[in-house]
Structures are given as structure tokens and as C-alpha cells.
Design a protein around this ligand. Structure first.
Ligand SMILES: *Cc1c(COP(=O)(O)O)cnc(C)c1O
Length: 332
């Protein structure tokens, strides 16, 4: 498969390390490895950086001078987009959705929001359940009227262009496993706006790497999440010229660990954050990787992964931690 026919701006630190996590693995009774996509390098890194390489490639080809995107107030995607815009001298226009209702100074001003400000992004916040795609279209129309050339990046960078970044990650991981002789029984990732999960499914399906993937949901119920991931994986495989390769049964999401809702923290999450920090010195985030780890811990303790070698994709997010200072402090 040839990814070089797609425009791509190169700025991620790749390949990311694939590292053993023996002390955390021992706690869970599995052989655990971490794929360090928290180390992709762009202003703290994270999974959106791989997607942004392909999205920026398209934006620059189109002659854009501004990026528009959207996300939750403490979005890691927005922070990485602001960094990519700065790096290429583009304006960054952001719409933040108040999904959690948290009005604390930390949540609305610290963590990723502070970093967005530092990198010169223009932010405006809208209420929960706003039609974010329509809001981005309106903003694009306003910028065009001012003579700008905006390029819209969907929430989470999750379209078939962004998902190419995770096709690349799937190939990279399979190559690392082959080079070291690591037999991976399962890959686990947080799954939200679906681009990461879908790109991985498409990458393994198209390349024939037979590694099952489990997505742990952070927002939507299972049926909706699997539908979204499958649809995007099919589209992504088609972009690669491999229509029909993605099978519905290759898309599995477990959405039993969302708790009270997107971005809302519970003790299962804070326990997971402290366990990773105290056994491996690894920093996870409360919204995505912490929830996925909460799921991994519960499933491993129930014996679901007995005898398996599991790779957990660390998708980043620790830059948001200080945005949750009060909530975390109360629970740790
Ligand atoms: C966005 C994000 C995810 C989820 O990835 P999607 O491609 O949106 O499903 C996981 N972890 C972190 C830290 C993220 O910022």
C-alpha cells in the first residue's frame, strides 16, 4: 500500500517507541506494551499529530492561510491543530464546545486552553449541543468574506484524510512487531471521534496484519461508536484503493467505561491515572487514555486478556491534566 500519493506535511516524531510496561502489566496479569503516540512531538504530541500531517498536507496544497477546527474546551486536538498552524504560519480559528458545563478557572483557562492561547489560536466558546459543523461553515464564510482562505478540519481530525495517519500507525506498529518478534494478541485504544480506531482497522485490514483491535469508548454508546468507526474505516480503505476489505466484525468498541459522560471523571479514572503514574511513571489523561485504561484494568482483572500480549496505544492528553486540577485533587 502506498501512502506517498497523499499530500503530507512532515512534522511528527516517527516512529514512536513501542515500550514494555512490565510493572503495570504485572498488576493486570498480562504482558503489556505501550505504543507511545503521546510522543509524536507537536507541542506535547498525541494522536491528532499523525492525522494533522495528512490534513495539513491537503490544506497547504489548497493554499489555505487559516485553519478552522472545533472541539471540547480542553480538546487535545485543538491544541495540536493550533501548534501545526503556528508551525506553518497559518491563522488558527477555533470553536470550543462547552460539553461538560465546567466553568472553573482551570477548566476554561488552564491545560490545553492556556497552550492554545500561547500558540496564538483565536478561540470562541459555544454551548453544548451546538451544531459544530454548521458553526464551522459559518465561520469559514465570514473569513472568506474578509478575503481569507480557510481550511476546515473536522472535530478530532476524523475524516478519511486524517485517518490516513492511523493507517500509517498500523503499518508502523506491525513493522515494529515484526522487527522485534513481538506477537501482539490485541491492540487497545481509546475511541472518540473515530479517526484513530478507523485508521487502525483500515490499516490492518488492507495490509493483512491480523491483529484484533478493541476500542474503548469515551462518549457514544457502543452501537453508534461502532457504526461511526466502521463507516470511516470503509471510506479510508476505499481511499487506499481497497474497497470491501474492512469487515463489520473487525470493528469492536466497548463503551461500558464512559461513566457519567464525556470528560466527566470518576474514581475508576483517577485510580487508573495513579496506577499508571506510580507503576511506570506514565502520564495518562482523564478524558481518553484514563478512561481506556480504566476499561483495560477492569477487563484484565475479569480475565478477558488472560495469557495475552496486549499493546495499549497511548494517544496522549497529559497536557490537559492541569485543566482538571480541582476534580483530580479531590479524588486522588
Ligand atoms: C482525540 C483523542 C483520542 C480519541 O481519538 P479519536 O480519533 O478522536 O477517536 C484519544 N486520546 C486522546 C488523548 C485524544 O486527544
Amino acid at each position: 500500500m502506498n501512502l506517498t500519493r497523499f499530500p503530507r506535511a512532515r512534522f511528527a516524531h516517527l516512529p514512536t517507541p513501542l515500550e514494555p510496561a512490565p510493572r503495570l502489566g504485572a498488576e493486570l496479569g498480562i504482558e503489556l506494551w505501550i505504543k507511545r503516540d503521546d510522543c509524536t512531538g507537536l507541542a506535547g504530541g498525541g494522536n491528532k499529530t499523525r492525522k494533522l500531517e495528512f490534513l495539513l498536507g491537503e490544506a497547504l496544497d489548497a493554499g489555505a492561510d487559516a485553519l478552522i477546527t472545533q472541539g471540547a474546551v480542553q480538546s487535545n486536538h485543538v491544541r495540536q491543530t493550533a501548534a501545526a498552524a503556528a508551525r506553518f504560519g497559518l491563522a488558527c480559528e477555533v470553536i470550543l464546545e462547552d460539553r461538560t458545563g465546567d466553568q472553573s478557572a482551570e477548566y476554561v483557562g488552564s491545560g490545553n486552553v492556556l497552550l492554545n492561547r500561547l500558540m496564538g489560536a483565536t478561540m470562541r466558546t459555544v454551548p453544548a449541543d451546538t451544531d459544530m459543523n454548521a458553526a464551522m461553515d459559518d465561520l469559514a464564510a465570514r473569513l472568506k468574506a474578509e478575503g481569507k482562505r480557510p481550511y476546515i478540519i473536522p472535530g478530532g481530525g476524523s475524516n478519511s484524510t486524517g485517518a490516513l495517519g492511523y493507517v500509517d500507525c498500523a503499518l508502523e506498529l506491525a513493522a515494529q512487531a515484526n522487527a522485534t518478534g513481538l506477537k501482539i494478541d490485541r491492540l487497545i485504544t481509546a475511541t472518540g471521534s473515530a479517526g484513530t480506531h478507523a485508521g487502525l482497522v483500515a490499516g490492518f485490514a488492507v495490509s493483512g496484519a491480523d491483529i484484533p483491535i478493541l476500542g474503548i469508548g469515551v462518549r457514544a454508546p457502543k452501537e453508534k461508536q461502532e457504526f461511526n468507526v466502521h463507516k470511516l474505516a470503509v471510506e479510508t480503505a476505499a481511499r487506499l484503493g481497497h474497497e470491501g476489505r474492512v469487515k463489520r466484525e473487525q470493528v469492536i468498541a466497548d463503551c461500558d467505561y464512559v461513566g457519567a459522560g464525556y470528560g466527566l471523571i470518576d474514581h475508576g479514572v483517577t485510580d487508573a491515572l495513579s496506577l499508571a503514574a506510580r507503576t511506570e511513571g506514565l502520564l495518562f489523561d482523564p478524558v481518553y487514555t484514563g478512561k481506556a485504561l480504566k476499561g483495560l484494568i477492569a477487563l484484565a482483572k475479569a480475565g478477558v486478556f488472560r495469557g495475552e500480549t496486549v499493546v495499549f496505544l497511548h494517544t496522549g492528553g497529559a497536557q490537559g491534566l492541569s485543566g482538571y486540577h480541582h476534580q483530580l485533587e479531590a479524588m486522588l
